[in-house]
Design a protein around this ligand. Structure first.
Ligand SMILES: CC(=O)SCCNC(=O)CCNC(=O)[C@H](O)C(C)(C)COP(=O)(O)OP(=O)(O)OC[C@H]1O[C@@H](n2cnc3c(N)ncnc32)[C@H](O)[C@@H]1OP(=O)(O)O
Ligand SMILES: O=CC(=O)O
Ligand SMILES: [Mg+2]
Length: 376
């Protein structure tokens, strides 16, 4: 472990100084594209401004014989595209044990390092993987004369990675965030789902047998599907919050099931994630909507802040107790709303309107108000 005194020192002579705080630019939707797919790649320039992050994927989902074409394609797209202020450029490089990753890193940093905001590293097992990437990036940045450090995002998709999640999150000042990788994680853990993210009808709890009924065990009983990913997302969120970095849901592979996709994204948002991946254009709007606070939540948060005056003590609002702690929850909501509104004019307009009112004629406030808009 590095001494805290050395933690923010560059790892190579001439490399840019590490950031002491991760920039909190909006990243509700990390949109994946395959730079080796000419049709998909051609759509990228027009997507600037419509997604928070465009991610050129070089790893899984890119065929082995297209790995070099994907790398070359990403360089060409990055050079030819102005990403403006509202869309970041990220990449997902191949895994650290693959034959491609060294060329991925050396090519991308030297050719388009000035355009790349974040490098997503798959299948991270422990802090040692981040240390390797950290030093290599510093060397490559120094060689390329970069003045801004490229950040690193790790995918949590092995059992060992989950076991080491806190150490990974704190391994480097480059760490920007973590994403859940439910497909590889399921395989690595020997889970018995073959889905890419989402729930499973077999993972459920069942209502107790009804009393006083013959053959009660076989009587009709309600079942409730449970969330396979709750434990991992909650661990990831805690690790990220502890280290001041950001947590993300990952892929939802059932592209056609936009309703379940929205549910999974919302669970992640409520648990503390700031964004998710989108694999297909149809998931973009869902992600942007779910990971932006509702107008009702924002209005309610403002009412609590106003009612709490100097921020101490307890007050009653709509029959509910509010105090210092719920004030802090409301401040989380408002900070996020302000941050998103700063780069999204539609949200700025939405949040400027105050739908809630103290006579109950507007939004109903808090999680209930949001829920009313969520239930489909
Ligand atoms: C477990 C993991 O590692 S997940 C991360 C890795 N996986 C990925 O990155 C997958 C990315 N997504 C894709 O490859 C594709 O969306 C697929 C294969 C899932 C589906 O692709 P298609 O069969 O072409 O879908 P579909 O026919 O609905 O596409 C509709 C249009 O959207 C375009 N499109 C599809 N996905 C994307 C995308 N990610 N970005 C931009 N455009 C896209 C298609 O080119 C098509 O364009 P067209 O109307 O001009 O013909
Ligand atoms: O890379 C993502 C995953 O789910 O695996
Ligand atoms: Mg994976």
């Amino acid at each position: 472990m590095r001494s805290p005194k050395d933690f923010f020192a560059p790892l190579a002579v001439g490399a840019p100084a590490p950031l002491t705080q991760v920039p909190s630019r909006p990243s509700r939707v990390i949109h994946f594209f395959d730079p080796s797919n000419a049709k998909m790649a051609a759509k990228v320039p027009a997507m600037v401004g419509t997604v928070d992050v465009l991610l050129g994927n070089l790893e899984d989902a890119v065929k082995a014989d297209k790995k070099e074409a994907a790398r070359v394609g990403l360089v060409a797209i990055a050079k030819a595209t102005d990403f403006g202020d509202s869309t970041q450029l990220w990449t997902r490089v191949n895994s650290l044990d693959s034959p491609w990753v060294l060329d991925d890193l050396t090519t991308l940093v030297s050719e388009i390092g000035d355009k790349l905001d974040v490098i997503m590293v798959p299948k991270v097992q422990g802090p040692e993987d981040i240390h390797y990437v950290d030093r290599l990036l510093a060397q490559l940045e120094a060689k390329a004369g970069l003045t801004r450090p490229i950040l690193v995002h790790a995918i949590l998709e092995t059992a060992r990675g989950v076991a080491n999640v806190e150490a990974i999150a704190g391994a480097s000042p480059r760490m920007q965030g973590l994403s859940l990788g439910p497909a590889d994680l399921a395989a690595d853990r020997r889970m018995k789902t073959t889905r890419v993210g989402g729930g499973h009808p077999g993972y459920l709890v069942r209502q107790d047998p009804p009393a006083g009924v013959e053959d009660a065990v076989n009587a009709p009983r309600a079942t409730y599907q449970q969330d396979l990913w709750h434990y991992t997302i909650a661990r990831m969120v805690d690790a990220c919050a502890m280290h001041g970095i950001f947590a993300y849901y990952g892929p939802f592979g059932d592209i056609a099931d936009v309703v379940a996709c929205e549910d999974q994204f919302r669970n992640a948002f409520l648990l503390g994630c700031v964004g998710t991946w989108s694999l297909h254009p149809v998931q973009i709007e869902i992600a942007k909507r779910v990971f932006s606070p509702s107008a009702e939540d924002v209005a309610h948060a403002r009412r609590v802040v106003e009612a709490m005056g100097d921020g101490t003590g307890a007050v009653m609002l709509d029959g509910k107790m509010e105090d210092d702690a719920s004030l802090k929850q409301c401040q989380v909501m408002l900070e996020l709303a302000d941050r998103l509104a700063a780069s999204d004019p539609a949200l700025a307009e939405l949040y400027a309107v105050q739908p809630a009112s103290s006579d109950g004629s507007g939004g109903s406030g808090g999680d209930e108000g949001a829920g009313a808009g969520w239930v489909r």
